[in-house]
Design a protein around this ligand. Sequence first.
Ligand code: S3P
Length: 177
Amino acid sequence: MTNIILIGFMGSGKTSIGRKLARKLNYTFIDSDEWIATQENQTIASIFESKGETYFRELEYVFIQSLHGKTEIVLSTGGGMPCYKNAMDLLNSLGTTVYLQRSVLDLVHRVSHSKTKRPLVNGKTSDELKQYIQSMLEIRNSFYEQAHWVADRKIQTHNQLIRFLVESGEVLPEIEN
Ligand code: S3P
């Protein structure tokens, strides 16, 4: 069976939906940030702080390559991962990519209420956050929209997403029960 790869802006719910999706499908769940933090024995925030963003992007890029040949994985990606070099092509070749699309306001709300420490938005006021998300989405959407499927807000619980993937023929119908 194929892999399911969730992409989208920070705060779009990739990790929580991915975890539930993997459980339901009986696939292995991998969160790229968790994987990188474990490999480096450092939090994502401290990798950004001590080694910089480009170093982190290279780690993400190497991580994608390490997945070659793996199957039955639900992968939750970091929000910037698809936008570096040809990463989006690599992700598309690894399995079925799904863009969890959310509005700017929704993302602002979710990011500002999240417990996860995100170095790129740390310390921003809610106006600054809104500006930042708006301008980053303008750049990132052209990558995110290369996903095989765009999951808009109508299909953003794991159950709705599973139903959608079954109906699209991406996963077997049996697992729905
Ligand atoms: C980032 C998103 C984060 C994490 C890092 C950079 C980004 O992951 O990879 O802080 O560039 O959007 P989430 O999307 O899981 O928050």
